[in-house]
Design a binder for this molecule. Structure first.
Ligand code: SF4
Length: 382
């Protein structure tokens, strides 16, 4: 059975102004305790998972995994590989934030079998990096990519943000041009959203958050989704673009109903058809593991209606779209028997297109994805 593994590292050097992810600045002791707990969780669940055969992908995310000293992140990777077999062509990604690594650190990751780096660049202008509270500089991004290449990595992706306070489409254009100079294999683009409880939410409430207008943000999105394919990147999901052959297989599996195991605080899993969420608080996670208990809380078993909706939402995020045969195999009925009116209406609005095997969002549908996703919500149990 193909499956993936997600490992969460909940530490960051400093909290960014827009971030509501489960992460915190950690002391050396907390990081060491967390690593010990994480490795214990892996060792305890390893045999059950290994029984399903080799893992196809692993993704070490956060937070900032590279906020851990390399000695601790090495222990995480070595433990993972010791308890779970990996297929020879497995994709192993580590999220890297500039300002937390050097050549030696990245060389160690490469030696440990990491195949792919996802670099949180976000912008190539100092004033935006400072405005959103990132710890790094533009030179820091350049150095990180240079060291990654020198360490032996051929697959290096960049994350870019748009819709930042004070940002114009010209700024986004300049960031993309600079990004292209670094020849990334993958680009993820994220529009800023103001999340409750963040410094940006407080600024918004005080009327001091100078966000671009909706039209300006939309123009940035249009620019990005237009220019990246022209630069040779294939769009394979709403927010993800890759050079041919460099799609993130791990992320793609989330959208295509592939099981995955989650290790660490706040990690989610999808295994044996059940969804689980680990204790989100890092200190409580450590305490739970120390007591010898499982940190996983099983989520309410989803209804059939819920599973169908989720199956469609996730698959629609990809350019491949909903696989009719996979839907029929999962639910024992055809997609048309449930969604024929919805598909016809969305097709009439130019939001989806259909082929024999798939139903997918058009380019316009990707832009107005929320309209399409809402249409896939079912009124009653099926
Ligand atoms: S580096 Fe990422 S996870 Fe950490 S605070 Fe910033 S946005 Fe959040």
């Amino acid at each position: 059975m193909a499956y993936g593994i997600y490992v969460h590292i909940p530490f960051c050097r400093k909290k960014c102004a827009y971030c509501d992810f489960p992460s915190q600045a950690g002391t050396k002791v907390q990081m060491a305790d967390y690593t010990a707990a994480l490795c214990q969780e892996m060792r305890e669940r390893g045999p059950e998972i290994a029984a399903y055969g080799p893992a196809a992908t692993a993704y070490i995310g956060g937070g900032t995994p590279t906020a851990l000293p390399i000695s601790l992140l090495s222990r995480v990777l070595l433990t993972l590989k010791a308890v779970v077999p990996f297929s020879p062509e497995a994709e192993v990604t580590v999220e890297v934030n500039p300002g937390t690594v050097d050549l030696e650190y990245l060389t160690a990751l490469h030696t440990l079998g990491v195949t792919r780096l996802s670099v949180g660049a976000q912008s190539f202008e100092e004033r935006f990096l400072a405005r959103i509270g990132r710890i790094h500089t533009v030179q820091g991004i350049r150095d990180t990519v240079r060291w990654a290449r020198a360490a032996g990595f051929t697959d290096v992706g960049l994350d870019l943000m748009y819709g930042l306070p004070g940002q114009t489409i010209e700024d986004v254009r300049r960031s993309v041009e600079t990004a292209m100079d670094l020849a990334p294999t993958h680009i993820s683009v994220y529009g800023l959203t103001v999340e409750e409880g963040t410094p940006f939410a407080a600024e918004e409430a005080a009327g001091t958050l100078d966000l671009p207008t909706e039209e300006e943000t939309e123009a940035m999105y249009d620019y990005l989704t237009d220019i990246l394919p022209r630069c040779g990147f294939v769009r394979y999901e709403i927010a993800n673009f890759a050079r041919p052959g460099f799609m993130s297989r791990h992320n793609f599996s989330y959208w295509t109903d592939v099981p995955y195991v989650g290790f660490g605080a706040a990690a989610h899993g999808y295994w044996d058809g059940r969804r689980t969420a680990n204790e989100p608080d890092a200190a409580r996670y450590i305490a739970v593991i120390k007591r010898g208990e499982s940190p996983a809380r099983e989520e309410e078993p989803p209804t059939r209606k819920h599973r169908m909706e989720e199956f469609c939402f996730l698959a629609l995020r990809t350019v491949r779209g909903i696989d009719r045969r996979q839907f029929a195999a999962a639910f024992g009925c055809s997609l048309e028997s449930i969604y024929s009116t919805v598909v016809q209406q969305l097709a009439a609005q130019g939001l989806v297109e259909t082929s024999e095997g798939y139903i997918r969002l058009t380019k316009r549908g990707m832009k107005f994805g929320n309209v399409a996703f809402r249409a896939f919500l079912l009124d009653e149990d099926v």
